[in-house]
Design a protein around this ligand. Structure first.
Ligand code: DGL
Length: 268
């Protein structure tokens, strides 16, 4: 048994899609979430910068006495997973492998589309991971850099989001893929506009639920479950406006988030 919280972080609000699934699957676990909204997006930054930010985010969470890290950010996972595993002595869960596995399981025509940030797509991490599982799968990938700022602005389902989705996704649809991996934790919030472009014949894979399942397995494997009799505590931190995090975060989690605290992340 381990009553310490799970630490989850992302470059901003997108990781709340992962947090939401963890809360649903493990309602007795306490969680500390850090959203680096002041430095988002990570996806357009150099690998060195993303590694530096990721290490700072983790050092901050370790200061909160957590028992496990969930990197709820594909870009951070793509750029720094190995370095994180080699430098921090704590169980680490990432988002790429679970989504890749699900996509391979779901494809029938072996043509998988992957969308993500420039950092994630340029790293080729999904292609490598998918082809390690099945090397006959063809992968068509596309960076969608405007999606993250749309989400961070709260523009999830308006005309501009719809038009942007068309611009990015029609070429992918024309390739005949039957599965599309949402390779960024911000993208499930754009599911409405994305599925409108892709249509019913293309299955969307959001890794959030798959990641939550992996977290649950790891908690069981390490015998780290929290005492079910103690009420879970959720704490939220951001590196930018607390008010913005509270209002958009509450919409994403469909429950009111209060008492968000601001962190000077450059200190870590
Ligand atoms: N949610 C992050 C990801 O999954 C967002 C990336 C960004 O900040 O650009 O990649």
């Amino acid at each position: 048994m381990d009553n310490r919280p799970i630490g989850v972080f992302d470059s901003g609000l997108g990781g709340l899609t992962v947090l939401d699934e963890i809360m649903k699957l493990m309602p007795t676990e306490s969680i500390v979430y850090f959203g680096d909204c002041g430095r988002t997006p990570y996806g357009t930054k150099s690998r060195e910068m993303v590694v530096k930010y990721t290490f700072q985010d983790i050092r901050f969470l370790l200061n909160q006495d957590i028992k496990m890290i969930v990197i709820a950010c594909n870009t951070a996972s793509a750029c720094s997973l190995e370095l994180v595993k080699n430098n921090f002595n704590i169980p680490v869960i990432e988002v790429v492998q679970p989504g890749a596995k699900t996509a391979v399981r779901m494809t029938k025509n072996k043509k998988i589309g992957v969308i993500g940030t420039e950092g994630t797509i340029n790293s080729g991490v999904y292609g490598k991971t998918i082809n390690k599982i099945d090397n006959t799968v063809q992968i068509i990938s596309k960076a969608c850099p405007l999606f993250v700022p749309l989400v961070e602005t709260g523009w999830w389902d308006n005309d501009i989001a719809g038009r942007t989705a068309e611009e990015y996704l029609i070429p992918l649809k024309n390739e005949g893929i039957d599965v599309l991996v949402l390779g960024c934790t911000h993208y499930p919030l754009l599911k409405g506009v994305i599925s409108k472009v892709m249509g019913d014949d293309v299955a969307l894979v959001s890794s959030a639920l798959e990641v939550a399942k992996v977290v649950k397995e790891a908690i069981e494997e390490y015998d780290m479950a929290r005492d079910e009799k103690i009420k879970p505590v959720y704490r939220y931190y951001t590196s930018d406006s607390v008010e913005k995090f509270e209002s958009l975060g509450s919409l994403i989690l469909k429950k009111e988030i209060r008492s968000v605290e601001k962190v000077d992340i450059e200190k870590y």
